[in-house]
Design a binder for this molecule. Structure first.
Ligand SMILES: C[S@@+](CC[C@H](N)C(=O)[O-])C[C@H]1O[C@@H](n2cnc3c(N)ncnc32)[C@H](O)[C@@H]1O
Length: 330
């Protein structure tokens, strides 16, 4: 507790360093992550958490041959492994590379770049969200993954800070030696490896100009479980600075690189907000917004009309008929 307080006091006084220094609480390097990584000592980082470009031709990346992209990622991963502390973790959050309608899950493609260093995969976390592009010739993508690797078998993992409420908190053992006692852990349950967290779209409280932000909550789960107070968290592809800000919010040190000046500006502002305890966030474990429960008029559309009508398109009409038939059969 005393350590937390002194860290908080020190944070309020610090500014944001632009180059790595082991005494900085917050480092935001403007430039290529390989330059930042090569300036860092071996074993200096407890957690590397990042989402790299996916080679899709987004505004912040140049699309190229997949093999070239994977080779570049492997070079960055080599450096991340070098700066990783013995009890540390790497969390690489990725989706799909898409070429002419064919998808390549990047976690599968990048897995060998980690295991060739002897890293151990502890979880492949599925992050499920509700919003994204609507595909017409395949199912719309509604998940991405986080590969969580540890450097060794002795690694930091604290479950209690990330427990989620039990489904039936009052449930008790019904018979046996524990009859009458609570059957679940009163601190909550293990969150599992499927995380349902809204992605940061336009009306999200954390939204900035960056097109692909991490939700703070997602990084916080990793930081709280895989690091201790005062540890260093590194994001080589810092974007809007979410990982650094989430680290500072939780009394860890944060460090990251970002190429684009516009995102550096956003990241800098968010880091300062975090240092001053003013970072806007969607609180951890808030239930995902359910418009139907909220009683919004927007949810009353042609799909919820009781009967098919002639104003609907043939497809809507057919689907409504099928739905009615299904409801009647229940
Ligand atoms: C998927 S985004 C990361 C977003 C971030 N997780 C956030 O919460 O805002 C990837 C970022 O990597 C940056 N980037 C691309 N190549 C880079 C490089 N070689 N070094 C540093 N940053 C790079 C891009 O500009 C982009 O902002």
């Amino acid at each position: 507790m005393a350590r937390t307080k002194s860290l908080r006091a020190a944070q309020v006084q610090t500014s944001v360093s632009t180059a790595f220094s082991s005494s900085s609480f917050a480092t935001l390097f403007q430039g290529d992550c390989l330059d930042l990584l090569r300036s860092m000592p071996d074993a200096s980082t407890q957690l590397v958490v990042t989402s790299p470009p996916y080679n899709l031709g987004k505004p912040y990346e140049k699309r190229g041959a997949l093999e070239k992209y994977l080779a570049w990622q492997a070079t960055v991963i080599d450096e991340c492994v070098r700066v990783l502390a013995p009890k540390g973790s790497i969390c690489w959050q990725v989706g799909n590379y898409v070429n002419a309608g064919e998808i390549v899950p990047l976690d599968i493609a990048l897995y060998p770049a980690f295991v060739r260093h002897g890293l151990k995969l502890r979880n492949r976390i599925v992050w499920h969200f509700e919003h994204g592009l609507h595909c017409s010739n395949r199912l719309s993508g509604r998940h991405e993954t986080i590969l969580w690797f540890t450097k060794g078998d002795d690694y930091t993992f604290n479950l209690d800070p990330i427990r989620v409420p039990q489904k039936y908190p009052g449930k008790k053992h019904f018979k046996g030696p524990n009859a009458g006692k609570l059957s679940g852990n009163p601190l909550g349950k293990n969150p599992g490896d499927v995380w349902i967290l809204p992605n940061v779209k336009n009306n999200h409280v954390e939204k900035t100009i960056h097109p692909c932000q991490f939700p703070v909550e997602l990084v916080e789960r990793l930081i709280l479980s895989l690091t201790e107070v005062g540890d260093l968290v590194l994001d080589p592809f810092a974007g809007s600075g979410t990982s650094i800000a989430a680290a500072l919010k939780n009394q860890r040190r944060g460090c990251g690189a970002e190429l684009m000046p516009a995102y550096i500006e956003v990241a800098h502002a968010r880091i300062l907000q975090a240092l001053n305890g003013q970072l806007p966030t969607r609180p951890m474990n808030t239930p995902v917004y359910d418009p139907a429960k909220a009683g919004r008029s927007l949810t009353t559309n042609s799909w919820s009309a009781p009967y098919p009508t002639s104003s609907q398109s043939p497809d809507q009409y057919r689907l409504l008929q099928e739905r009615l038939a299904y409801q009647e059969a229940q």
